[in-house]
Ligand binder design. Sequence first.
Ligand code: PSV
Ligand code: MN
Ligand code: MN
Length: 390
Amino acid sequence: MSPTTRARVAAALRAQRIETASWAYANSGTRFKVFAQEGVPRDPYEKIADAAVVHRFTGVAPSVALHIPWDRVGDYADLARHAKELGVALGAINANVFQDDDFKLGSVTNPDPAVRRKAVAHLLECVDVMDATGSRDLKLWFSDGINYPGQDDVRARQDRLAEALRETYGRLGGDQRMLLEYKLFEPAFYATDVPDWGTAYAHCLQLGPRAQVVIDTGHHAPGTNIEFIVAVLLRAGKLGGFDFNSRFYADDDLMVGAADPFQLFRIMHEIVLADALRPEAGVAFMLDQCHNIEPKIPAVIRSVMNVQEATAKALLVDADALAAAQQAGDVLAANAVLMDAYHTDVRPVLAELRADAGLDPDPVGAYARSGYFEKIRAERVGGRQAGWGA
Ligand code: PSV
Ligand code: MN
Ligand code: MN
């Protein structure tokens, strides 16, 4: 690697920001079993403390997303102060209209107007939370959908969704944004109301510039070309961010980069090509993962490192050589440019970069040696589940 390339890659990696999720630090599981772990946070304050530890060892995770009501507190400004004291900020506010009995037939798309009002009231409450925390992004994922053909009118549900989004969008102030997340299926099994990027994009387009699509990498049919979606949304100026995680089958929420690091590289290549890595470009790089069986803090650290590695490889793609090969119609050469970058071992560069920033080159090892886990294991008795009961 030439010194110029190294300097360019280092500068981009230094500027990268990855947001972790509060629920990743708490107990989680499947519908079969939640395995409790030692030392897990007992309240939102402790989740933020853990997020701050991830930032301390990686240097690139300075914010943590909240999920309401999982992270409900009496005084959000105080929670934001607590975060600041620990060297992090509160990030995206995730709404939750999927865990109330009233939402069995849907939240914002429910046929009952009273239920729809209740759902919208929660979305508006989340904007109040953003006002108190200083968060920029409201992240909306709706479990709404139907299980059987004929169960409800699909078009009417889209109208109800549009109305709820419009009201919520109208409540945003300053530079606040609405990020709309899509998911193919689950818990609805026949027709989800926001199943794909096209539906999310159509709603965001109608709403206006502050409504953007968020891509959760676990929310597609197997084999979906996610980087294509990234490219199309970037071109349209409608990519608001990512919920990164890995999947082998469905919405597995495994550590990002674990199942398909090549896919992560291809996604980051599109980001680098569009110069969208800079925080000012407005793409939020968030993690949405559940660490059901692995220790949580080191798993989040590993995930952050995996995003960094994919990014470093994407930054190493020789853009001039790629453009020349593409222009010449040289299919093999163009593909080789990409594969050369992908096969580069970027771990030494990242280790050097961390050392330059005064960090331990080995964040997972440094965390293990820090004694933090022993401390929380002793202090925190009776840690809680991420949401389901938190
Ligand atoms: C839904 O599967 C999702 O990806 C949404 O982002 C939720 O808010 C999140 O998971 C947390 O469970
Ligand atoms: Mn998600
Ligand atoms: Mn998900």
